[in-house]
Design a protein around this ligand. Structure first.
Ligand code: GLN
Length: 559
């Protein structure tokens, strides 16, 4: 048997229908390097060259999706238009390319094994013994190809760092792809260059070792992106070039910068996009990055500060503050701020701390804020603190934006303190509340009784009809919108009348009028709650109209 026949038998059984190009982005030395931003930035550059890019994230855990992982563990759960609960990196990709992605852009070990085991039970392997290679790698490659349908280039971010036991199979699948389509596949390795305090000098050895580790898996990267606090000088580039066998110009410097949106420009300056095109045999067109340049320029010029309090429970992790859980909300506030010519200064307010204090003490935490945001959340921890913050925003007439749980808790606050339904609650927290203002959707209840938790919430894009004459309608300038959802509970229609009498305005519903999707308050400069997550639709080049309206209201508060 020839080598080709051998490898063909064991490796690729199904030829790809379309033949897009592939860029695999791996990471080394430490995690949390910004492989996602590198992937997103390169995607933006190639899109600016007129190529259709499909960025894809591969996660090594056995969960089917990110929906069942604790946010403090994994960061934000980003919801795609087609309702997948995915990794937050998909959010970065969408923000950088300005186009919705789908389920095909996200793969976990869990998805891969589930499919392989399903096929085995269905006798689809026709009596073969089912093995990691080729069956699992085949399934991985099938998913890579799926992400490439209709695209010119797929950029696959391999989760984790090189050398981890758990992600090796994905590297192997990438190696196999290159074996069969050498001209169509390249590897970019993103690795960290430390500057130890006692030496004060940037060290390249960890990068060299990381590339060696990649080599030991049969992969030679075409590019190395060096992440560091400072820019890499010529000497370091030469060392990496020499020891890693990469041309010096293919060693790219990616230092810390003020805003992640500067990175496409930084990589473009070093001709990464041009060189990637050359390597992949793609026609090197000029990158039309002018809108990015303008946007980045705008960021630097927006210096007037607007202070926004973000109230949530997921900020604390040991001695550190973790804001990753709210990354899309944070980015949306920044996009909107910059577009309105201001610099949003965000203050993390831990709702569990807010809960500890007496009612009249909320001001200690909230005074001086020009706007208050309550993002999505689950469960009971910290919610009395959030309700206090909402009460403060309502009574002091501070612009308020409630997202998902932030809308639900705002209606509870109104029910308790204006409509005097003292025990008003959500059945998520108080199952036997005499005033279940927020209750579980009937089809959701059935799923929960059967313990069908994964991927079963009301997810993805749904239409919403806006009520004319509301601030929400004015913000969007549209009668109907489509926004993304992720929730099990909803506004209880039995309380529409009583809460409307207390000052509630139903600002948006499903087209059949059955589900309340948005609320606002009468006699308040800006108090809006939405059942959906507008933060999943904001991009730096196209800030979301609702966030922009909120920021404009907050600007009016600046004294
Ligand atoms: N916990 C609430 C629900 O499930 C809100 C969810 C959210 O904020 N994403 O309905």
């Amino acid at each position: 048997m020839t080598f080709f026949e051998y490898s063909h038998k064991f490796v690729i059984r199904r030829p790809s229908v379309s033949q897009p190009k592939f860029v695999f982005v791996s990471g080394g030395v430490i995690s949390g390097l910004g492989k996602g931003i590198t992937t997103a930035s390169l995607s933006a550059i190639l899109e600016a060259k007129g190529y259709k890019v499909s960025p894809m994230k591969v996660d090594m855990y056995l969960n089917q999706d990110a929906g069942t992982i604790r946010p403090s563990e994994h960061g934000e759960v980003y919801v795609t238009e087609d309702g997948l609960e995915s990794d937050q990196d998909l959010g970065n990709y969408e923000r950088f390319i300005g186009r919705p992605l789908s389920r095909a852009n996200y793969m976990t070990t869990g998805q891969v094994y589930t499919e392989v085991l399903r096929k085995e039970r269905a006798f689809e392997y026709e009596g073969e013994d089912v093995e990691a290679i080729p069956h699992v790698t085949d399934e991985i490659i099938r998913r890579f190809d799926k992400a490439g349908e209709g695209a010119d280039v797929v950029i696959v971010e391999l989760g984790g760092t090189v050398g981890e036991y758990q992600n090796g199979i994905f590297f192997e699948a990438a190696r196999l792809m290159k074996l069969h389509r050498p001209a169509d596949i390249i590897h970019v390795h993103v690795a960290f260059l430390p500057i130890p305090g006692n030496l004060g000098e940037m060290k390249t050895k960890p990068v060299q070792q990381s590339v060696r580790l990649l080599n030991s898996m049969g992969i030679q990267p075409e590019f190395v992106v060096g992440r560091s606090s400072q820019a890499m000088d010529d000497k370091r580039k030469e060392r990496i070039s020499l020891f890693c066998g990469i041309p010096k110009e293919a060693v790219i410097s990616n230092p810390d910068v003020g805003s992640i949106y500067e990175i496409p420009l930084l990589l473009e300056e070093q001709r990464l996009g041009d060189m990637v095109c050359e390597k992949l045999g793609l026609k090197n067109r000029k990158s039309k990055l002018e809108p990015w340049m303008k946007m980045v320029d705008h960021i630097t010029k927006s210096t007037k500060e607007v202070n926004i309090g973000v109230v949530g429970k997921y900020f604390g992790t040991g001695a550190y503050t973790l804001s990753d859980v709210y990354i899309s909300v944070i980015e949306s506030l920044k996009h909107a701020g910059w577009s309105e010519g201001v610099k949003p200064v965000l203050h993390w307010i831990d709702s569990t701390a807010l809960e500890q204090i007496q009612t009249d003490g909320a001001g200690k935490f909230l005074d001086g804020h020009d706007g208050i945001v309550v993002p999505g959340g689950f469960g009971s921890r910290g919610i009395e603190g959030i309700i206090e913050a909402i009460r403060y925003a309502r009574e002091k007439k501070i612009p308020y934006l409630g997202l998902c749980y932030g809308m639900q808790l705002a209606t509870i606050e109104l029910a308790r303190y204006v409509a005097h339904l003292d025990q008003a609650h959500t059945t998520e927290v108080m199952t036997d509340s005499p005033n279940p203002i927020i209750h579980v959707m009937p089809e959701q209840e059935k799923k929960m009784l059967k313990k069908e938790y994964g991927g079963t919430m009301r997810l993805g894009a749904w239409p919403c009809v806006l009520t004319k004459g509301t601030k929400l309608h004015e913000a969007y300038g549209a009668d109907q919108i489509i926004e993304r959802h992720r929730h099990r509970y909803e506004f209880n229609n039995a309380y529409r009348d009583v809460l409307q009498k207390a000052g509630l305005i139903i600002a948006g519903t499903t087209p059949d009028g059955q589900l309340v999707e948005a609320i606002e308050l009468r006699d308040h400069p800006f108090f809006i709650g939405v059942q959906y997550h507008p933060e999943f639709l904001s991009t730096p080049l196209k800030p979301h109209p609702l966030f922009a309206a909120f920021i404009r209201a907050a600007i009016k508060q600046i004294r």
